[in-house]
Every structure is written in structure tokens, then in C-alpha cells.
Design a protein around this ligand. Sequence first.
Ligand code: SAH
Length: 348
Amino acid sequence: MGDKTDIKSLTPKQLEEFFVGMGEPAFRARQVFSWLHKGVCSFDDMTNLPIGLREKLKNNCEIICPIIKKKLVSEVDDTLKYLYGFSDGENVESVLMSYHHGNTICISTQAGCRMNCAFCASSLKGLSRNLTPSEMLSQVLTAQIDSGRRISNVVLMGIGEPLDNYDNVLTFLKILSAPGGINIGQRHISLSTCGVVDRIYDLMEEKLQLTLSVSLHAPNDEIRSRIMPINKKWKVDELLKACRDYTAATKRRISFEYALIAGVNDTPECARQLSAKLRGMLCHVNLIPANEVKERGVKRSSSAAVKRFYDILSGCGITVTIRRTLGSDINASCGQLRFQHGTEQGGN
Ligand code: SAH
């Protein structure tokens, strides 16, 4: 990234300190913050700054803006999928979905992933690198400008494990919800984790109002350890304890993701075990008929198995929904496009 300051990765407070440190008044920081969040990629476009300041900023700072390498438009719904390229050749994906309550973007937090879940396309080539706050923010800003759709919700559910890139993700969240910029309220942000328990406790301390999603995908250690290596480090009961503690500390309902994979985790017995584990918790279960990833040999559960699973959970008083599939014609689930493309250098 060179020696220049990555100006879009600075929080409003850091930006102000940066300007004051250059001998500039603090209000200039607020002007620049506002321009950056309008998606401006050149200091020359910041027309209310004196020319001399623009030159100074050009010499000392860089504005990270990805290029759109590919854009897919779903013909069945309005879902858009972007493949973004960064200057070092890395690619990541974002998906923009339209719901009646607004436009939600699903963004990536890492180029690749090292969690290696058995059903997931994102870690097929391992982790290349963490994304910077600016690279996460740019996914939101670029999609908003390109699509002309105002983005109201952001979910950290694309490629990567957000809690494996903790500091950058936290900085990004601060920038995303700061007044004076794109200003997306924490209640409109979801963070999804495969269950990095120590970081769930760290996040708890931040007392954020975002929604924590936990990718559970199995009701017991036998199945979960088989499909999610993270479970070898933190067992189901440890993870669920962290979730209960998180809810007690933040008063926020946890959302559990459960991808139904044929013959793996979709039996009535699994549904009964899951109901027993979650009884009494302030939570919501999101059932996702698994996306079939050829390289992983994943088979989606039949709609009868999905319905049966749903009925058992809701019969036990668990709040449960079946996720609507969006963008099914454009491979809208993340990881697949990046995998097909590799990097500019030909992948790793
Ligand atoms: N690392 C984070 C966020 C990225 S994955 C996490 O694990 O939560 C976003 C969601 O997609 C996770 O719930 C993940 O388990 C799920 N997912 C991955 N591959 C899938 C597949 N083939 N079918 C359905 N869901 C899948």
C-alpha cells in the first residue's frame, strides 16, 4: 500500500487528528470525510478544498477505490453481484439485494478465508490477506454509486471471517456508522461469525447495537467438528455459552445460521437436538438450504427435509425462518466468483 496514508481507513477522530497534525483546521477533516463517503476517488474532485491542500493530500494520502471487474445482474430478482479488484490483484465479492425494507449489501472482510468450513467456497484457496477498513467501506460506496440504489443495511457475510480480521473490522464499523458519512446505524449492520469465541467476548465489550449472526450449522460436536474445523477449538457448548453471555451483555438477539446439507445435518434428530440446545435463548434461527458447491461436494437438502426441520423447530417454540434464495441465477452466494477468477497473478 506504499507509504501514503490510507485516508479512507481513518475514523472521523483519526482524520481530525491527521488534519490538525498537518496544521489544517478540523473542519477540513469533516469535508474530506463527507467527500470520501460520496465515493469520490480523487482529491481533485473535492472542490471545496483549497488547491494547495488538495496537492498536499495527493502527496501524502491515497484513496482506496476498487475497480469493478465483473458485475452480474440477476434476471429473477434485482440482485447484483460485484467482483471488485484491488491494486495488488486481489479480488473480492459483494452482493447487493433489494428487500421491501431497503437495500442490503453483503460484503467481504478478507481475501479468502482460513476457516476451511467443509461446505464453503470461500476458503478453497485459503487466506490471501485481510482487507483494510477502506477496502470494506469501498465495497459499500462503489456499489451504492454504481447501482444508484441507496444502501440501508450492511451484512458482513461475504468472503472471510470478520472476527479473524478483528481490528480492521471494528475500525470499519466505526467509520460506517459515523455521522457525516454514509452513516449506517448499527442496528442496520449484521456481523456473521463461524464462532471465534474469544473474539465474541471482545466484541461484547464494545457494546455495539449490531446483530451478531453465528454460523452454527450443527447441533452437536460430532457433526460440527466434521464440517467446521473451528469447532475443534471451541465446542458447541462453549460457543452457545458465549452467545448467551453476549445476549446478556448487549440485550441483542443472536441470529443463528443453519445451512441444511442433505444427509449431513438435516435429520429430525438434528432438529430436536438443536431445539433442546437453544431452548430459552433470545435467538432466531435462519435455515438456509445449502448452496451446492461443486468443489466441496455439497448437496442441498430436499424441500421436504427443510420443511420437516422447520416444523420441528417452530413446534418447540424456536423463532425460525427459511431464508429466501436471491440471485440464484448469478451464483449470488459469496466465494464462488472469486474462486473461478483467481487473482490477476493467476491465483495462489
Ligand atoms: N465467516 C463468517 C461469514 C462468512 S460466510 C461465517 O462463517 O459466518 C456467510 C455464511 O454463508 C455463513 O453462515 C456460512 O456458513 C454460509 N455458507 C458458506 N457456504 C455455504 C453453502 N455452501 N451453503 C449455504 N451457506 C453457506
